[in-house]
Design a protein around this ligand. Structure first.
Ligand code: ADQ
Length: 419
């Protein structure tokens, strides 16, 4: 670890991209953009990128929003209030505001940065760290910025080793012995393997470090290019790999937090991945350590009383085993196993929950049996609902994922009630 005087994080700004749709989360992103989706009992997905930046020592941040941004903006305004302008610290929210051409929003990820060039100039930083606001992981970005400076790179790209058969969802790169990137293909149909590891590919995490002056020039060129889709993965990065010095920074070893932990990174972009990453937290020793006080995941947290467990029937005592139950919940005579309940959830007698992810303010009436479910915020689950026994019946009213997880929203329940 460099000594504090040499740290690069204070000379860096984090620019968080949070404007994409994330439509694979289906109805969970009907009203909110993916970075605003709830995760882990107290957090929203975007808290991970922002907390990593904050914990890495970065104090200048901006977040670009566009699609269904209201819930994201409210979360940031309520929760991310640590920054003090007096100390030259800030987190700016940058909604697409058609600053350059009246007919366009942010045309792509690179355009979201380009349209804010003058604002970024005013931050007076040497480096810019581009982050996606929709991934779950813990990483010390100082280590990556240090490597960027030490290798004298034009761009440094955070990367992961993934199974080759899953690599088509990513930007995939080839590297030489010094981890200089020699090729970059955005979402290739036939992803190249890592030499010597035929079943693995090196995938971009969508995280980039640039010298700001360098990126600024590339963005100005890109804005004028009629053939560009103004996207980092599709346009800027492949071009830079050909013409400049692009280095891979591996998400292993020194940058993973806590130090020595397994590299944990999840996209949670599908209902199955989202459900699993949440349920995994109820494991005896989960891979993602939310209890680690050295690298806390900050958030806006409502003031709530502690979770309460009661029963109004002597024959039905409620319990929660291998589960996480957030503040403000009232669990009345319900049996809960391997489930994660967000704030202010209510459950009632003779009901059972197994491997359920229940978002804030949901209310589960009596005699329900819910297995392998995601229940959306504020849903009023009616008495006697049984889900998770017969996928065909569930699919009639609800959304059943390829992995067999049932997503329940209020709209679906209303439709069911009307027959
Ligand atoms: P994708 O996963 O397809 O690929 P993309 O849709 O480009 O990601 O979104 C990246 C981030 O930018 C997301 O946080 C999204 O919300 C945001 N975003 C998208 N469009 C935006 C816009 N117009 N304005 C503002 N924000 C926007 C990228 C890379 C791949 C890499 C994967 C890793 O292109 O190379 O492998 O991320 O997940």
């Amino acid at each position: 670890m460099p000594n504090s005087r040499n740290r690069l994080a204070p000379r860096t700004m984090a620019f968080v991209l949070a404007g994409g749709r994330g439509s694979r989360l289906k109805e969970l992103t009907n009203d909110r953009v993916k970075p605003a989706v709830y995760f882990g009992g107290k957090n929203r997905i975007v808290d991970f990128a922002l907390s990593n930046a904050l914990n890495s020592g970065i104090r200048k941040m901006a977040i670009a929003t566009q699609y269904k941004a209201h819930s994201l903006i409210r979360h940031i305004q309520r929760g991310w209030t640590f920054f003090r302008a007096e100390r030259n610290e800030f987190l700016d929210i940058l909604p697409a505001s058609q600053r350059y051409e009246e007919s366009t929003w942010y045309r792509g990820t690179a355009d979201a940065v380009a349209q804010n060039i003058d604002i970024i100039d005013s931050y007076n930083v040497d480096y810019i760290l581009i982050l996606a606001g929709d991934h779950i992981y813990k990483m010390d970005y100082e280590v990556m910025i240090r490597q960027h400076v030490d290798t004298n790179a034009d761009v440094t790209i955070g990367c992961l080793t993934v199974d080759r058969k899953e690599a088509s969802a990513f930007g995939v790169m080839g590297v030489d012995a010094t981890d200089r990137i020699t090729s970059f293909l955005e979402k290739p149909v036939d992803p190249p393997a890592i030499p010597g590891e035929p079943s693995k590919s090196l995938a971009s995490m969508g995280i980039y470090v640039f010298n700001w002056k360098f990126l600024r020039e590339r963005l100005l060129e890109d804005m004028e290019d009629p053939n560009s889709s103004h996207d980092f993965g599709n346009d800027l990065i492949p071009e830079l790999v050909k013409k400049g010095k692009a280095q891979a920074h591996r998400f292993t070893d020194s940058c993973v937090r806590p130090e020595g932990a397994e590299a944990y990174w999840r996209d949670v972009g599908t209902i199955d991945a989202y459900w699993k990453a949440n349920i995994d937290l109820t494991d005896f020793t989960p891979e993602l350590d939310l209890w680690d006080r050295e690298w806390p995941i900050w958030t806006y947290s409502e003031l709530t009383p502690p979770a309460k467990f009661i029963h109004d029937r002597p024959d039905r005592r409620g319990s929660a085993v291998s589960s996480m139950v957030s503040g403000g919940c009232i669990i009345s005579g319900t049996e809960i196993r391997e489930s994660l309940l967000f704030t202010h959830v209510r459950t009632n007698s003779y009901s059972s929950l197994e491997r359920a992810v229940v978002l804030p303010y949901a209310n589960i009436a009596r005699h329900c049996q819910l297995k392998n479910v995601v229940i959306d915020r504020g849903v009023q689950v009616p008495e006697g609902l049984v889900v998770g026994e017969d996928p065909e019946v569930d699919a009639k009213w609800f959304r059943v994922s390829p992995g067999g997880v049932t997503l329940i929203t209020q709209e679906m329940l209303d439709r069911r009630a009307q027959g």
